[in-house]
Design a protein around this ligand. Structure first.
Ligand code: SF4
Length: 742
């Protein structure tokens, strides 16, 4: 609760609204104390009396009540009686009442006291009086009791119905689901207001019922109308959650369904329930007001904001002369807004993504990172700070020659995320530099969390808005000259001409890259329409068939009619590659394209990529955990760990004589046929990848490295550290002198 409160403090509008709502409910509970008069007390000759409190520093109470006389009983014009005013007393004795229904009291927040000699009392009207001379302020205060409680009670009953009916429907399914959903549709098909009016009309006239009865009837009607929407939402969520393993486990253990719903499923959606309740309350308050306004709800002598509006609008012709009669409408507006502000803030609180995406802005500046600043051994290192980024050269360095396709320099990527209530920076990539030639296949290998995907996603600018990116990403636009553009300086709109067109991407789970409701024909037609709008449908289909044949899909014209679920994972990966080629992709980023496939299909995809590299001179960045697979396909390899390049070079060199302890450990932990299965145990790398939110000052591998020495944890970045065997800690390729991965 304290955390929620602390969060609301960071949202001024929501916090003020919360205080306003709390104040209203407090005033509502102690209405007899806050209101000077009974809401039905009429004062003689005070019809449409204007507000009569004035600030008078000379008086003992600082405020006084002006005495006024009506000039005309036709238009109710009042004039001040000169020299006549009464002291306004705070916490003074006035009308007798029972606080909370049983404590006898007579003190009011403010009131006037009767004249000591005549015994006459001149009424105080904070907001003015209505047509019967009743104090509008007192009526609003008492009216809030019905309006505010009906909102609360109706929203809780409706939520209760939604939980029970939506819960049963989603959890049990079948006939139960069918019946409840049809019932909810019945309630939803009829417009809410008509349904309320219809149900209300069945229950007789308000004049024949006791106020409590009317209150109950209205609450039940509003609850009945309010549950279907929430029940359907809950049903959908429960339907998804009930397939989660922890729910299946509970079911397998024989836990009764109702217990599973309330103990295991409901806690998962508590936040949604809180938010939807908060947002539903103003809706119910408005509905009560509508009913009362139409004369079908609360009526005299009971008072609610709706009935106040009803009475005041009944004297419509006087509204322009007595504008204070519209104050109940304003109260309704403020309360509705307040609940909505609080509801919005609560929704944000329970949705960490929403919080943090709202706070974060896409920025290509970035923080200075401890390891990135000094470590790069490139000729012209960049610190990675925001200012450095802004001054990053738009013109490429002179060492970039025409045969280079891509050069990444000192790339830093960090993400702001929420850990509990704290915003922390995750330093995923720290000063990565590499370059690749046109037509080269470059492999990036490393464990999960080493920064492989984040590095390659930065090239076409595919990071979410909470990412902070700094560095230089040069891309050669020409195959015959050095025509480089710094992608890191391009806007999102400018980058769109690279994404998919020059730079394609395929991912680990090909099935998730396709819309399940689109067949391949429409996928290809859409792709061609985007890349070459002038192309005809026939030409598109012809090209699509050729591409499908090229990537190894037989009967292409028939298969174009198929939907994604009618293809295997390997086939979908081939189609993904074909789609990248369809837009003329020069650089294909293959992010673990074979991880979800079995070994024979893996080999086929690797073969296909090799073939496309040879026939189309396609440049490929191939990301994988599997260093053996990478070495089969790629001419050069980058080994990443903890967001840094540990080692890079030609595949043959790295596989034959790895220099870095991490590369050695990676190779040692790869199973080898005929060795590990038969003669020795498979070696694994002990420990875990260090927390990217708190990167170590020195070597990120130090806690797991078998050669580690004390100074490895603190050694300044970029320095060679030799301990045990050869270690070239963070030895970046020197881009300026032409060294790359060879
Ligand atoms: S710097 Fe130290 S901890 Fe890091 S790889 Fe080298 S020897 Fe191991």
């Amino acid at each position: 609760m304290k955390k929620v409160f602390d969060y609301l403090k960071t949202r001024p509008l929501a916090f003020v609204s919360l205080i306003f709502i709390a104040l209203l409910y407090f005033v509502m509970i102690f209405a007899e104390f806050f209101a000077p008069y009974n809401p039905n007390r009429s004062f003689e000759n005070c019809s449409f009396h204007p507000a009569n409190i004035e600030f008078s520093p000379s008086s003992a109470s600082l405020f006084s009540v002006r005495e006024m006389r009506v000039l005309s009983l036709i238009n109710f014009k009042y004039a001040r009686v000169k020299g006549l005013s009464h002291n306004l007393k705070f916490f003074a004795k006035g009308e007798k009442y029972r606080l909370l229904g049983f404590i006898p009291c007579s003190r009011h927040l403010f009131t006037t006291v009767p004249d000591a000699y005549t015994g006459e009392e001149y009424p105080v009207f904070l907001f003015g009086a209505d047509d019967r001379g009743r104090d509008l302020y007192s009526r609003i205060v008492f009216g809030s009791r019905i309006s505010l409680t009906i909102g609360f009670v109706a929203s809780f009953i409706s939520l209760f119905l939604a939980i029970i009916l939506g819960g049963f429907s989603g959890f049990y399914g079948g006939v139960c689901d069918f019946s409840i959903m049809r019932l909810s549709e019945f309630f939803m098909l009829i417009p809410g207001l008509y349904l309320i009016l219809f149900l209300r009309s069945l229950l007789g006239s308000v004049t024949e019922m006791a106020p409590g009865q009317v209150y109950m009837i209205i609450t039940i009607i509003l609850s009945l109308v309010g549950w279907p929407g929430s029940a359907r939402t809950l049903r959908g969520m429960i339907h998804a959650i009930k397939r989660e393993e922890f729910v299946l486990d509970a079911v397998l253990e024989g836990v009764p369904g109702i217990i599973v719903i309330f103990r295991h499923i409901m806690p998962q959606i508590t936040s949604l329930l809180i938010v939807s309740t908060t947002l539903a309350i103003p809706g119910f308050i408005m509905s009560e007001t509508t009913l009362s306004y139409l004369g079908l709800g609360i009526a005299d002598p009971s008072v609610s904001w709706g009935s106040l509006i009803n009475r005041n609008i009944a004297t419509l012709s006087n509204l322009k002369n007595f504008p204070w009669l519209l104050l109940p409408v304003l109260m309704l507006l403020f309360v509705t807004l307040a609940f909505n502000f609080v509801g919005d803030a609560l929704r944000d609180y329970f949705d960490p993504y929403h919080i943090y995406f709202k706070k974060a802005k896409r920025q290509k500046g970035g923080e200075s990172l401890p390891l990135a600043q000094e470590k790069n051994s490139c000729a012209t290192p960049s610190s990675g700070g925001a200012d450095d980024y802004k001054t990053a050269p738009a013109t490429p360095p002179s060492f970039l020659t025409k045969d280079i396709l891509l050069c990444v320099r000192n790339l830093n990527v960090s993400f702001k995320i929420m850990r509990g209530n704290k915003s922390v920076s995750i330093h995923s990539v720290r000063g990565v530099s590499f370059k690749m030639k046109r037509g080269e296949i470059l492999g990036i290998v490393g464990e999960s969390g080493s920064g492989k995907t984040v590095t390659t996603s930065a090239i076409p600018g595919l990071h979410p808005s909470n990412a902070t990116v700094s560095g230089e990403i040069y891309y050669n636009l020409s195959s015959s000259s050095a025509d480089f553009v710094n992608l890191a300086l391009l806007s999102d709109k400018e980058l769109r001409s690279f994404r998919g067109k020059k730079i394609g991407m395929i991912f680990q789970e090909p099935g998730r890259s396709f819309d399940p409701l689109q067949n391949m024909e429409s996928v290809f037609l859409e792709t061609f329409r985007n890349s070459t709008p002038e192309i005809t449908r026939e030409e598109s289909l012809k090209k699509a068939s050729q591409l499908l044949l090229e990537v190894g899909i037989s009967d292409p014209l028939l298969r174009l009619k198929n939907f994604p679920h009618q293809f295997s994972g390997g086939q979908l990966q081939r189609i993904g590659i074909a789609l990248a080629l369809a837009q003329g992709c020069e650089l294909l980023i293959a992010d673990e394209p074979t991880t979800a496939l079995d070994v024979t299909i893996q080999a086929q995809i690797v073969e296909l990529l090799k073939k496309l590299n040879e026939t189309r001179n396609l440049s490929i960045i191939f990301i994988s955990h599997n260093i053996n697979l990478v070495s089969e396909l790629c001419s050069s390899i980058i080994v990443m760990y903890g967001g840094l390049i540990m080692e890079s070079g030609s595949s043959s060199k790295i596989m034959a004589s790895p220099s870095h302890p991490y590369t050695k450990a990676l190779l040692a932990s790869t199973p080898k046929f005929g060795t590990h299965y038969t003669t020795s145990r498979l070696v694994s790398i002990p420990g875990r990848v260090s927390d990217p939110a708190n990167p170590v000052e020195g070597c990120p591998f130090c806690v797991r490295c078998s050669y580690a020495r004390k100074e490895c944890a603190t050694v300044p970045s970029g320095k060679k550290v030799r301990s045990g065997e050869d270690c070239i800690f963070i030895l970046q390729p020197n881009l300026s002198d032409g060294e790359n991965h060879e």
